[in-house]
Design a protein around this ligand. Sequence first.
Ligand code: PPS
Length: 296
Amino acid sequence: MAATPQDSRPILVPLRDVPMPDIFLDEWEEVDGFQAHPSDLLVATYPKAGTTWVQEIVDSILHDGVVSQCDRGPMPNRIPFLEFKERGKQRPGMQKLREMPPPRVIKTHLPFSLLPKSFLEQRCKVIYCARNAQDVMVSFFHFDRMNKLQPEPGSWAEYFLKFITGNVSYGPWHKHVRGWWEQRMHYPILYLFYEDLKEDLNREVRKVMKFLGREISNEAVASIVKHTSFESMKENPACNYSNVPSSIFDTNTSVFMRKGQVGDWKNHFTIAQAEVFDAVYRRWMEGSDLQFRTQL
Ligand code: PPS
């Protein structure tokens, strides 16, 4: 069999029924066997649900609102991405985690079913952030267009079909958001919504502070809110991924901090797609009390 060229895009391969980029799966036992410390905090999300936003909020809170301390390095150096891997390279997140003394903050997109068991055994706190499926789909489409470490998305019409059939990295959106929602009763999980962050960031920052057991002055909370606004983060090289080489993120196609809105899906979905999506969505969410807002 011909060797895979170093710069070819990944393909999806199932890992216990969850489609994953093949490059992430090399030496998976390293991820599966990861030893969490009870003081570790996990930021877990389906891709494009507001991960980076929550990471920056958490990092600001853990530095008591002294937001200049969040400029100490790009996001993946401050909050390593557990399962991320490039072809033929070591896992950078895993390498960083080995060097970082706990308490650590760790990013993952893994569904609950694939989470390394030690996070649960150690009863690590988890902040899960969910975003409505339609806006996730649009954000993921643009991300996959520009990110060479994701499978080719194809046209919007093609991507729409891939997304509603769960044929995207990390599998179907509904299994992810429902899986974590159901577990919040059993583990220390704070379940946030992107739409709530957009609606009232001050309120949501305070929710995270409470969950982390942190008290911060009103002034410092105000500076966190300012620091983590879309406008600030878009211009901030420590969290806008502008340092990623163009061989990976083709920023002529799209950018990481793209629009940051609730309801952008309306600019993409045709009427026919909206109808198909509604029918699929009803099946996806049957029997669940988990609800999303698709506009504010
Ligand atoms: S990733 O690659 O999965 O980690 O991406 P993730 O960080 O989860 O999601 C990226 C989307 O979140 C938006 N974003 C924000 N929106 C509002 N306010 C703030 N501060 C913010 N930070 C990131 C980002 O723009 C992506 O959404 P879209 O819709 O593509 O703009």
